[in-house]
Design a protein around this ligand. Structure first.
Ligand code: BG6
Ligand code: MG
Length: 235
């Protein structure tokens, strides 16, 4: 793994990493799944994380064996309905919904002159970042509308490094979703997964929750990893 000292940039997912908005996406998809008669499950909820709007709808229909039941126009209408419901849930979104420690972490990165970009699949992400009053810390954002492939394809994280004029190898990508961790790994950046290590088992670094994500803890985890790989016993 790259050394901590070689890191110059951080590439952030948004929903479920910076704010609790992943839960709102889930509520809105669950509402639509109920309407379509597709059984909701934790597995489906996890597989939807990080996945773009239309691909999410297609996955829900696949789970319900209903892939061929609707026209493209009907699917567009379902996706719009989900987004309208999601936006209603965001009506009162403010700084209080930033996940524990994330504002301090992002501010600390900025104070230490790391470059910061956004790698969210969500077309609502610029608005969400503004509402959270965090947009000012971001040097660049990837517009998901310009991508050919969604997560787990590496494209979004490759671009998130590129917009900072960095190589992916000089960056750490931060994710809560398995599809996102795969995307980071494919780009060549270091993946930092936040959440259940059984679900994020492909992540290079794993933290149980956002409050553990600090520069000191990341440096410690990367140093330990290098020591382990070198076969040196660490305390
Ligand atoms: C991701 C979320 O960040 O964005 C997914 O994890 C969501 O749940 C996806 O479906 C697309 O978001 P939007 O806001 O463009 O529908
Ligand atoms: Mg996420």
């Amino acid at each position: 793994m790259t050394k901590f000292e070689q890191i110059k940039g951080f590439l952030f997912d948004l929903d479920g990493v910076i704010a609790n908005t992943s839960a709102y996406h889930s509520i809105a998809w669950h509402q639509l799944a109920d309407k379509l008669g597709v059984t909701w499950s934790d597995e489906l909820a996890n597989n939807l994380k990080g996945v773009g709007r239309m691909n999410s709808l297609n996955l829900i229909l696949k789970y319900g064996n209903k892939e061929n039941e609707y026209t493209e126009e009907q699917k567009e209408a379902f996706a719009k309905e989900k987004n309208d419901n999601y936006l209603k849930l965001l009506d009162h979104l403010d700084k209080s919904e930033i996940l524990p420690g994330m504002e301090d972490f992002i501010k600390d990165l900025s104070d230490h002159h790391y470059l910061i970009s956004l790698a969210s699949s969500s077309k609502n992400s610029p608005m969400v970042l503004e509402k959270l009053d965090l947009a000012k810390y971001f040097d660049a954002k990837v517009d998901p509308a310009t991508l050919k492939h969604g997560k787990p394809d590496p494209e979004i994280y490759t671009r998130a490094a590129e917009v900072l004029n960095l190589k992916p190898e000089e960056c750490i990508g931060v994710e809560d979703a398995s599809a996102g961790v795969k995307s980071i790994n494919g780009s060549g950046a270091i993946s930092l997964g936040i959440g259940d290590p059984r679900i994020l088992n492909e992540a290079d670094l794993n933290f149980k929750d956002t409050s553990e994500v600090t520069l000191t803890n990341i440096k410690r985890a990367m140093d330990m990893d290098l020591l382990e790989k070198a076969g040196v016993e660490s305390k």
